[in-house]
Ligand binder design. Structure first.
Ligand code: 16G
Length: 243
């Protein structure tokens, strides 16, 4: 069942060759949650040291292609959602993939903008701002926590609307706020125990921290601070030549 063999004379490091073999196995032969051979078996099968086998497996674990269960072994991870960096809503993104989007309401309230929040939304400190916190799900599985901040004067009564079944961007459009420009900052982060609990992750798991600013024309409409599961998402940007 070995797909290829390790070429000892190749300039490609052996662990990398094994990684390729394993990737081929993951993509073409094994299903999600299927066990992969142990490091000992891999080492024996491909004539490698345990160290080399471990290096290849560890690489794939850290990339999120495999996961380990203490005392049980190493298994094939679910492929991540490949999310293009575009100005789309969660609802649109999930539907485009044939997944059912969902939301759990974690809180909706009106606050007074701090100086910092005012700066993000181009409103004066003290201005009323709506905060909408949601747990976003795909086919019922928690994917992300989103905290959207929207200047209250732009969308009066927004908080009376349920956003459990409804897309926030659709709702904003009904106020005439059609988002046409966005900016996003992406950082690596670690889930704290609260966020980990909501996302169904072990505390200390890696997450993607996203901050998004959106505008409708020259009006700043949304400042969103989101936590996405790093084990479920990879982000894709298309790159233009810098002019
Ligand atoms: C996206 C945005 C979020 C926005 C939401 C609206 C990121 C990472 N995500 O998930 O800011 O609030 O879409 O989704 O910026 P909805 O229209 O489905 O409610």
């Amino acid at each position: 069942q070995a797909l290829t063999t390790i070429d000892a004379r190749s300039p490609v490091p052996k662990y990398f060759q094994l990684r390729e073999i394993l990737l081929d196995l993951i993509e073409n032969e094994l299903t999600v949650d299927a066990p992969v051979p142990s490091e000992r078996e891999l080492a024996a099968r491909y004539g490698l040291s345990r160290m080399t086998a471990r290096q290849a497996v560890e690489h794939l674990v850290s990339e999120g292609r495999l996961y380990r269960v203490q005392g049980k072994g190493t298994f094939v991870a679910r492929p991540k959602i490949d999310m293009p960096l575009r100005l789309t809503s969660f609802t649109e993104d999930m539907r485009a993939r044939g997944l059912t989007p969902g939301s759990r309401d974690l809180g909706r309230h009106e606050i007074e903008a701090t100086v910092a929040l005012g700066r993000e939304l181009s409103v004066e400190a003290g201005s009323p701002v709506y905060v909408i916190e949601r747990l976003r799900t795909a086919d019922g599985v928690p994917m992300a926590l989103e905290r959207s901040h929207i200047p209250a004067h732009l969308a009066p009564d927004l908080l009376t609307e349920s956003l459990v079944e409804r897309s926030l961007y659709d709702l904003l459009a009904s106020y005439g706020l059609v988002l046409d420009r966005g900016e996003q900052v992406i950082e690596a982060g670690i889930a704290d125990s609260n966020d980990a609990g909501l996302l169904g992750l072990a505390p200390g798991s890696a997450v993607l921290l996203l901050q998004r600013h959106c505008w409708a024309g020259s009006v700043a409409v949304e400042y969103a601070v989101s936590t996405y599961r790093a084990d479920r998402y990879q982000l894709r940007a298309s790159l233009d030549i810098a002019s």
